[in-house]
Design a protein around this ligand. Structure first.
Ligand SMILES: Cc1ncc(COP(=O)(O)O)c(C=O)c1O
Length: 406
């Protein structure tokens, strides 16, 4: 019998009726309007959207070669910068957080800076205004990486709520598996400025290649997701490979951060677009249910000394696919994680390490001292916020957190 396995994030389950004809090519338009905008570019992945954005912005500011990234983010972002022929400039994070440390950000920016990538992680919202101030001071663009924040919103004082992604020059989203709404793999770019939109569209035309076999594979994988994304079968595709990686002490694979050899850029079929549009109709209710569950989890976790859950300050309404827990130090985090990781409870780590420490990036990016980003990678773990996290499973998590913290 397969063991019960909870997912590390609260993905929106796919329904078989999502796959029925008629199939329409309207996902980009539907998502744009769901986000409160009128334009978006659908891409084959979030990484593809980043490559297209880097290419498009380089056309508008030729000669600028540096892209500023927070040192704690998805390694695919650094990979996209490198494959675009640009140089990542890693910026340390605030202590106990993933967002830019303001003084370090100032030191990363100069007349070679093409873009600053403000990154909304774990559904939480980054300080885009900070990135904007520094970008304006050196004539750079701001890209909002909202790969983990599709549905998160912000409100400036005196203004209405708006989606993340619209305050940067370019916003990117991901629909890869585990991101909430999924096409199994997919991405999106948004932009307000007409010149930037045109440049993004031109870059997409230039970089995309026909890939019918890969598209067939993604369509099959999306149907596989519909069939297997439930506690009874998830161990086949998630839990078993995770436990094998843990047995090999391969943290990078356990987290799911392994290097991708290719970044294919291709169009998304009508079949997957239609599935996405139909799932989108259920997404708001999914977000609201996840937000209610997360509020209850945060309340329970707040009772534990030495455990901090990243939360939204006023003016931000993030999404709650999973919670990110910050513990006092690495030894304690590892002790808590040991009995939970691989136990089928949806507990894992967001990223295995800070960017320059990934084996696939070692020696390819210059690494200044990054004490806060490294400490954040070492002190954090995540708890999946799926509807299947029942009180019994939560008791296990609470017990591990309680007994291991003095
Ligand atoms: C912050 C961030 N940016 C970009 C990406 C790349 O998105 P994709 O997996 O759709 O290529 C990811 C993927 O996990 C991510 O977490």
């Amino acid at each position: 019998m397969l063991r019960r396995e909870l997912p590390p994030t609260a993905g929106l389950p796919a329904a078989w009726r999502d796959f029925l004809p008629p199939w329409r090519r309207s996902f980009a338009r539907d998502v744009a309007s769901w986000l409160g905008g009128e334009w978006s570019l659908l891409t084959s992945s979030g990484t593809a959207a980043l490559c297209i954005a880097f290419n498009a912005l380089s056309r508008l500011a030729p000669g600028r070669r540096h892209v500023v990234l927070p040192a704690y983010t998805c390694p695919l972002v650094a990979e996209a910068v490198l494959r675009s022929g640009l140089t990542p400039r890693l910026c340390d994070t605030r202590e106990g957080h993933f967002d830019f440390y303001p003084d370090a950000l100032a030191a990363c920016c100069d007349e070679d800076t093409l873009a600053i990538v403000a990154t909304h992680l774990a559904g939480r919202v980054a300080d885009v205004a900070l990135a904007r101030r520094h970008a304006d001071a050196c004539g750079a663009f701001v890209i909002e990486d909202a790969a983990q924040a599709f549905g998160a919103r912000v409100r400036e004082p005196g203004q209405a709520w708006q989606s993340v992604g619209h305050r940067g020059d370019v916003g990117i989203f991901s629909f890869s598996v585990g991101k909430g709404l999924t096409l199994f793999e997919g991405g999106l770019a948004v932009a307000r400025d007409e010149r930037i939109r045109e440049s993004l569209a031109a870059s997409e035309r230039k970089l995309q290649r026909r890939a019918p076999l890969r598209e067939l594979q993604r369509a099959t994988e999306l149907m596989g997701y519909a069939a297997l994304y439930r506690p009874r079968t998830l161990s086949l595709v998630y839990g078993a490979p995770l436990r094998r990686a843990l047995a090999r002490e391969d943290v990078v694979s356990a987290v799911g951060d392994r290097a991708r050899h290719a970044i294919p850029i291709h169009r998304v079929s009508r079949f997957r677009q239609t599935a996405g549009t139909r799932a989108l109709a259920r997404y708001q209710a999914h977000l609201e249910a996840a937000s209610d569950r997360a509020a209850r989890l945060r309340e329970a976790l707040a009772a534990l000394p030495g455990v901090q859950v990243l939360d939204d300050p006023p003016g931000q309404a993030g999404i709650w696919m999973f919670l990110i827990l910050v513990l006092s130090d690495e030894a304690r985090r590892n002790e808590v994680l040991r009995p939970l990781w691989g136990a089928g409870l949806g507990v894992t780590r967001l990223f295995a390490m800070a960017l320059p420490d990934y084996p696939q990036l070692k020696g390819r990016i210059h690494a200044p001292p990054l004490p806060h980003a490294r400490a954040f990678a070492a002190r954090t773990l995540t708890l999946g916020n799926s509807a299947w996290l029942d009180p019994q499973a939560m008791d296990h998590v609470m017990a591990a957190l309680r007994t291991r913290i003095p």
